[in-house]
Design a protein around this ligand. Sequence first.
Ligand code: PMV
Length: 324
Amino acid sequence: MPIFSATATANPNIAFIKYWGNSNTALRLPANGSISMNLAALETRTRVTFDSSIPKDMFDLNGKRQSGAALERVVAHINLIRGLRGISTPVHVLSENNFPTGAGIASSAAAFAALTLAAVGALGLELPESNLSRLARRGSGSACRSIPTGFTEWRRGDSDLDSFAISIAPPEHWNLVDCIAVVEEKEKKVGSTEGHSLAASSPYQATRVADTPRRLDICRNTIQKRDFQALAQIVELDSNMMHAVMMTSRPALFFWEPATLNIIKSVQSWRKTGIPAAYTVDAGANIHVLCPAENAEDVKRRLSSLPGVLDVLSSQAGGPARLV
Ligand code: PMV
Protein backbone atom coordinates (compact mmCIF):
# COMPACT_ATOMS: atom_id res chain seq x y z
CA MET A 1 0.00 0.00 0.00
CA PRO A 2 1.41 3.44 -0.84
CA ILE A 3 1.32 6.29 1.67
CA PHE A 4 -2.11 7.63 2.59
CA SER A 5 -2.35 10.73 4.74
CA ALA A 6 -4.91 13.30 5.95
CA THR A 7 -5.05 16.07 8.55
CA ALA A 8 -8.08 17.09 10.60
CA THR A 9 -8.86 19.62 13.31
CA ALA A 10 -11.43 19.44 16.11
CA ASN A 11 -12.41 21.49 19.15
CA PRO A 12 -13.02 20.15 22.63
CA ASN A 13 -16.51 20.78 24.03
CA ILE A 14 -18.02 21.78 27.35
CA ALA A 15 -21.03 19.74 28.48
CA PHE A 16 -24.10 21.68 29.68
CA ILE A 17 -25.82 18.36 30.47
CA LYS A 18 -23.12 15.84 31.41
CA TYR A 19 -22.41 12.30 30.31
CA TRP A 20 -21.46 10.20 33.34
CA GLY A 21 -21.57 6.40 33.38
CA ASN A 22 -21.92 3.85 30.57
CA SER A 23 -24.62 1.31 29.82
CA ASN A 24 -22.03 -0.56 27.73
CA THR A 25 -18.38 0.07 28.55
CA ALA A 26 -16.80 -1.62 25.53
CA LEU A 27 -18.98 0.34 23.08
CA ARG A 28 -19.02 3.51 25.23
CA LEU A 29 -22.81 3.63 25.16
CA PRO A 30 -23.75 6.28 27.73
CA ALA A 31 -26.14 5.88 30.65
CA ASN A 32 -27.75 9.18 29.61
CA GLY A 33 -27.90 11.70 26.75
CA SER A 34 -25.90 14.94 26.93
CA ILE A 35 -25.65 18.42 25.41
CA SER A 36 -22.52 20.52 24.87
CA MET A 37 -20.95 23.48 23.08
CA ASN A 38 -17.80 23.16 20.96
CA LEU A 39 -14.98 25.51 22.00
CA ALA A 40 -13.65 27.41 18.96
CA ALA A 41 -10.52 28.81 20.60
CA LEU A 42 -9.14 25.43 21.63
CA GLU A 43 -8.07 23.11 18.85
CA THR A 44 -6.41 19.77 18.24
CA ARG A 45 -4.78 19.23 14.83
CA THR A 46 -3.99 15.64 13.91
CA ARG A 47 -2.21 14.17 10.90
CA VAL A 48 -2.70 10.45 10.26
CA THR A 49 -0.36 8.71 7.81
CA PHE A 50 -0.72 5.05 6.85
CA ASP A 51 2.68 4.01 5.52
CA SER A 52 3.77 0.41 4.88
CA SER A 53 7.45 1.45 5.05
CA ILE A 54 7.39 2.37 8.77
CA PRO A 55 8.25 -0.45 11.19
CA LYS A 56 5.43 0.02 13.72
CA ASP A 57 2.59 2.28 14.86
CA MET A 58 3.80 5.63 16.22
CA PHE A 59 2.04 8.45 18.03
CA ASP A 60 3.57 11.91 18.67
CA LEU A 61 1.69 14.35 20.89
CA ASN A 62 2.92 17.96 21.04
CA GLY A 63 6.29 16.86 19.70
CA LYS A 64 6.77 13.98 22.16
CA ARG A 65 6.79 10.31 21.11
CA GLN A 66 4.14 8.47 23.17
CA SER A 67 4.26 4.93 24.57
CA GLY A 68 2.26 2.77 27.00
CA ALA A 69 -1.40 3.54 27.65
CA ALA A 70 -1.53 6.71 25.50
CA LEU A 71 -0.18 4.85 22.44
CA GLU A 72 -2.38 1.81 23.10
CA ARG A 73 -5.56 3.89 23.25
CA VAL A 74 -4.76 5.58 19.92
CA VAL A 75 -3.79 2.27 18.27
CA ALA A 76 -7.01 0.61 19.51
CA HIS A 77 -8.97 3.42 17.86
CA ILE A 78 -6.96 3.22 14.63
CA ASN A 79 -7.56 -0.56 14.60
CA LEU A 80 -11.32 0.07 14.48
CA ILE A 81 -10.82 2.30 11.45
CA ARG A 82 -8.26 -0.02 9.77
CA GLY A 83 -10.90 -2.74 10.21
CA LEU A 84 -13.31 -0.77 7.99
CA ARG A 85 -10.87 -1.25 5.12
CA GLY A 86 -9.50 -4.61 6.20
CA ILE A 87 -5.89 -3.34 6.29
CA SER A 88 -3.07 -3.61 8.82
CA THR A 89 -0.75 -0.91 7.42
CA PRO A 90 1.31 0.79 10.18
CA VAL A 91 0.27 4.30 11.13
CA HIS A 92 2.02 7.48 12.21
CA VAL A 93 -0.25 9.83 14.20
CA LEU A 94 1.00 13.36 14.80
CA SER A 95 -1.16 15.48 17.09
CA GLU A 96 -0.80 19.05 18.42
CA ASN A 97 -2.99 21.02 20.82
CA ASN A 98 -3.04 24.83 20.52
CA PHE A 99 -3.84 25.11 24.23
CA PRO A 100 -1.32 24.69 27.04
CA THR A 101 -0.50 21.01 27.52
CA GLY A 102 -1.00 19.82 31.06
CA ALA A 103 -3.28 22.82 31.77
CA GLY A 104 -5.82 20.26 32.93
CA ILE A 105 -8.10 21.02 29.98
CA ALA A 106 -9.82 17.82 28.92
CA SER A 107 -8.52 17.17 25.44
CA SER A 108 -9.73 13.63 24.73
CA ALA A 109 -12.90 14.87 22.99
CA ALA A 110 -10.97 16.98 20.48
CA ALA A 111 -8.27 14.31 20.22
CA PHE A 112 -10.56 11.44 19.23
CA ALA A 113 -12.77 13.60 16.99
CA ALA A 114 -9.72 14.81 15.01
CA LEU A 115 -8.13 11.33 15.00
CA THR A 116 -11.33 9.74 13.66
CA LEU A 117 -11.78 12.27 10.87
CA ALA A 118 -8.10 12.23 9.82
CA ALA A 119 -7.89 8.40 9.80
CA VAL A 120 -11.15 8.00 7.89
CA GLY A 121 -10.01 10.75 5.47
CA ALA A 122 -6.60 9.14 4.96
CA LEU A 123 -8.28 5.88 3.94
CA GLY A 124 -10.53 7.73 1.49
CA LEU A 125 -13.71 6.58 3.24
CA GLU A 126 -16.68 8.89 2.83
CA LEU A 127 -18.87 8.50 5.89
CA PRO A 128 -21.95 10.46 6.96
CA GLU A 129 -21.53 12.70 10.03
CA SER A 130 -23.53 10.26 12.18
CA ASN A 131 -21.04 7.45 11.43
CA LEU A 132 -18.06 9.71 12.18
CA SER A 133 -19.69 10.65 15.48
CA ARG A 134 -20.34 6.96 16.30
CA LEU A 135 -16.70 6.12 15.57
CA ALA A 136 -15.37 9.06 17.62
CA ARG A 137 -17.57 7.89 20.53
CA ARG A 138 -15.62 4.62 20.65
CA GLY A 139 -12.40 6.53 21.42
CA SER A 140 -13.84 8.84 24.08
CA GLY A 141 -17.59 9.22 24.64
CA SER A 142 -17.62 13.01 24.64
CA ALA A 143 -15.63 13.04 21.34
CA CYS A 144 -18.84 12.16 19.48
CA ARG A 145 -20.11 15.66 20.39
CA SER A 146 -17.05 17.34 18.82
CA ILE A 147 -17.89 16.01 15.32
CA PRO A 148 -21.01 18.12 14.52
CA THR A 149 -21.05 21.92 14.64
CA GLY A 150 -21.87 24.40 17.41
CA PHE A 151 -24.24 23.24 20.13
CA THR A 152 -24.63 19.48 19.94
CA GLU A 153 -26.73 16.76 21.53
CA TRP A 154 -25.59 13.19 21.97
CA ARG A 155 -28.72 11.04 21.78
CA ARG A 156 -28.10 8.16 24.16
CA GLY A 157 -29.39 5.48 21.81
CA ASP A 158 -29.71 1.80 22.66
CA SER A 159 -27.00 0.36 20.44
CA ASP A 160 -23.81 1.25 18.58
CA LEU A 161 -25.97 2.20 15.59
CA ASP A 162 -28.11 4.89 17.19
CA SER A 163 -25.77 6.46 19.76
CA PHE A 164 -24.26 9.59 18.16
CA ALA A 165 -24.38 13.38 18.34
CA ILE A 166 -26.20 15.86 16.12
CA SER A 167 -26.02 19.65 15.94
CA ILE A 168 -28.95 21.40 17.62
CA ALA A 169 -27.76 24.95 16.79
CA PRO A 170 -24.87 26.44 14.79
CA PRO A 171 -22.13 28.38 16.65
CA GLU A 172 -23.49 31.78 15.52
CA HIS A 173 -26.88 30.98 17.07
CA TRP A 174 -25.77 32.28 20.48
CA ASN A 175 -22.72 34.35 21.35
CA LEU A 176 -21.89 32.60 24.61
CA VAL A 177 -18.38 32.50 26.04
CA ASP A 178 -16.86 29.77 28.18
CA CYS A 179 -14.31 31.31 30.58
CA ILE A 180 -12.16 28.48 31.91
CA ALA A 181 -10.49 29.14 35.26
CA VAL A 182 -7.45 26.89 35.53
CA VAL A 183 -6.83 26.07 39.19
CA GLU A 184 -4.88 22.84 38.70
CA GLU A 185 -2.32 22.05 36.03
CA LYS A 186 -1.62 18.45 37.04
CA GLU A 187 -3.07 15.46 35.23
CA LYS A 188 -6.18 14.33 37.07
CA LYS A 189 -5.70 11.30 39.31
CA VAL A 190 -8.85 9.48 38.22
CA GLY A 191 -9.48 9.57 34.47
CA SER A 192 -13.02 9.71 33.13
CA THR A 193 -12.86 6.16 31.72
CA GLU A 194 -12.35 4.87 35.28
CA GLY A 195 -14.87 7.38 36.66
CA HIS A 196 -17.64 6.18 34.33
CA SER A 197 -17.20 2.64 35.64
CA LEU A 198 -17.80 3.83 39.24
CA ALA A 199 -20.95 5.86 38.49
CA ALA A 200 -23.38 2.97 39.05
CA SER A 201 -22.01 2.40 42.57
CA SER A 202 -23.62 5.69 43.69
CA PRO A 203 -27.21 5.35 44.97
CA TYR A 204 -27.89 8.70 43.24
CA GLN A 205 -26.89 7.63 39.72
CA ALA A 206 -30.22 5.93 38.90
CA THR A 207 -32.12 9.05 40.00
CA ARG A 208 -29.81 11.32 37.99
CA VAL A 209 -30.15 9.16 34.88
CA ALA A 210 -33.97 8.89 35.22
CA ASP A 211 -34.26 12.68 35.43
CA THR A 212 -31.98 13.35 32.43
CA PRO A 213 -34.69 13.54 29.68
CA ARG A 214 -36.27 16.41 31.66
CA ARG A 215 -32.97 18.31 31.98
CA LEU A 216 -32.17 17.71 28.30
CA ASP A 217 -35.56 19.17 27.28
CA ILE A 218 -35.04 22.25 29.46
CA CYS A 219 -31.47 22.75 28.22
CA ARG A 220 -32.43 22.34 24.54
CA ASN A 221 -35.25 24.89 25.01
CA THR A 222 -33.05 27.43 26.78
CA ILE A 223 -30.54 27.19 23.91
CA GLN A 224 -33.31 27.60 21.32
CA LYS A 225 -34.67 30.67 23.17
CA ARG A 226 -31.22 32.01 24.13
CA ASP A 227 -32.52 32.30 27.72
CA PHE A 228 -29.36 32.73 29.80
CA GLN A 229 -31.01 32.76 33.25
CA ALA A 230 -32.78 29.46 32.55
CA LEU A 231 -29.60 27.99 31.06
CA ALA A 232 -27.66 28.98 34.19
CA GLN A 233 -30.15 27.16 36.44
CA ILE A 234 -30.12 23.88 34.48
CA VAL A 235 -26.36 23.83 33.79
CA GLU A 236 -25.48 24.36 37.46
CA LEU A 237 -28.06 21.80 38.61
CA ASP A 238 -26.72 19.23 36.16
CA SER A 239 -23.10 19.79 37.19
CA ASN A 240 -24.06 19.52 40.87
CA MET A 241 -26.00 16.31 40.21
CA MET A 242 -23.01 14.71 38.47
CA HIS A 243 -20.66 15.72 41.30
CA ALA A 244 -23.17 14.39 43.87
CA VAL A 245 -22.91 11.02 42.07
CA MET A 246 -19.12 11.25 41.99
CA MET A 247 -18.89 12.11 45.70
CA THR A 248 -21.19 9.21 46.63
CA SER A 249 -19.69 6.51 44.42
CA ARG A 250 -17.45 3.78 45.85
CA PRO A 251 -14.67 4.82 46.10
CA ALA A 252 -15.86 8.42 46.43
CA LEU A 253 -14.47 10.86 43.88
CA PHE A 254 -13.89 14.48 44.91
CA PHE A 255 -12.71 16.57 41.96
CA TRP A 256 -13.24 20.02 43.49
CA GLU A 257 -10.34 21.84 45.12
CA PRO A 258 -10.93 24.70 47.60
CA ALA A 259 -10.41 27.18 44.72
CA THR A 260 -13.16 25.41 42.72
CA LEU A 261 -15.71 25.78 45.52
CA ASN A 262 -14.69 29.40 46.07
CA ILE A 263 -15.37 30.14 42.38
CA ILE A 264 -18.75 28.35 42.56
CA LYS A 265 -19.73 30.61 45.47
CA SER A 266 -18.38 33.72 43.74
CA VAL A 267 -20.35 32.99 40.54
CA GLN A 268 -23.51 32.52 42.62
CA SER A 269 -23.00 35.87 44.35
CA TRP A 270 -22.17 37.66 41.05
CA ARG A 271 -25.42 36.40 39.58
CA LYS A 272 -27.35 37.80 42.56
CA THR A 273 -25.96 41.24 41.65
CA GLY A 274 -27.16 40.88 38.05
CA ILE A 275 -24.03 39.52 36.33
CA PRO A 276 -25.06 36.71 33.98
CA ALA A 277 -22.60 33.88 34.70
CA ALA A 278 -23.03 30.14 35.32
CA TYR A 279 -20.52 27.52 36.45
CA THR A 280 -20.02 23.95 35.38
CA VAL A 281 -17.28 21.51 36.43
CA ASP A 282 -16.13 18.34 34.61
CA ALA A 283 -14.03 15.49 36.03
CA GLY A 284 -11.33 17.81 37.33
CA ALA A 285 -10.81 20.86 39.53
CA ASN A 286 -10.88 23.46 36.74
CA ILE A 287 -14.11 25.35 36.39
CA HIS A 288 -15.95 26.61 33.32
CA VAL A 289 -17.91 29.85 33.70
CA LEU A 290 -20.40 30.53 30.91
CA CYS A 291 -21.60 34.04 30.13
CA PRO A 292 -22.92 36.14 27.23
CA ALA A 293 -20.07 37.56 25.09
CA GLU A 294 -20.67 41.14 26.31
CA ASN A 295 -19.90 40.05 29.89
CA ALA A 296 -16.84 37.95 29.10
CA GLU A 297 -14.15 40.58 29.79
CA ASP A 298 -15.69 41.42 33.16
CA VAL A 299 -16.11 37.74 34.12
CA LYS A 300 -12.50 36.93 33.08
CA ARG A 301 -11.15 39.87 35.12
CA ARG A 302 -13.16 38.77 38.15
CA LEU A 303 -12.02 35.14 37.81
CA SER A 304 -8.36 36.17 37.45
CA SER A 305 -8.47 38.03 40.78
CA LEU A 306 -9.73 35.02 42.77
CA PRO A 307 -7.29 33.00 44.92
CA GLY A 308 -5.82 29.88 43.32
CA VAL A 309 -6.66 30.88 39.73
CA LEU A 310 -3.52 30.18 37.66
CA ASP A 311 -4.90 31.18 34.26
CA VAL A 312 -8.18 32.01 32.54
CA LEU A 313 -8.80 30.76 28.99
CA SER A 314 -11.90 31.70 27.03
CA SER A 315 -13.76 30.54 23.96
CA GLN A 316 -16.89 31.16 21.92
CA ALA A 317 -18.88 28.35 20.30
CA GLY A 318 -16.99 26.40 17.64
CA GLY A 319 -17.66 24.63 14.36
CA PRO A 320 -17.46 20.96 13.42
CA ALA A 321 -14.42 18.70 13.16
CA ARG A 322 -12.95 19.26 9.68
CA LEU A 323 -10.39 17.97 7.22
CA VAL A 324 -7.70 20.51 6.33
O1 PMV B 1 -15.60 11.42 27.16
P1 PMV B 1 -15.06 11.13 28.52
O2 PMV B 1 -14.97 9.67 28.80
O3 PMV B 1 -13.76 11.85 28.77
O4 PMV B 1 -16.11 11.66 29.60
C1 PMV B 1 -16.47 13.00 29.77
C2 PMV B 1 -17.07 13.20 31.10
C3 PMV B 1 -17.37 14.64 31.49
O5 PMV B 1 -16.47 15.54 30.90
C4 PMV B 1 -17.26 14.75 33.00
C5 PMV B 1 -18.80 15.03 31.11
C6 PMV B 1 -19.08 15.31 29.66
O6 PMV B 1 -20.21 15.04 29.25
O7 PMV B 1 -18.21 15.85 28.95
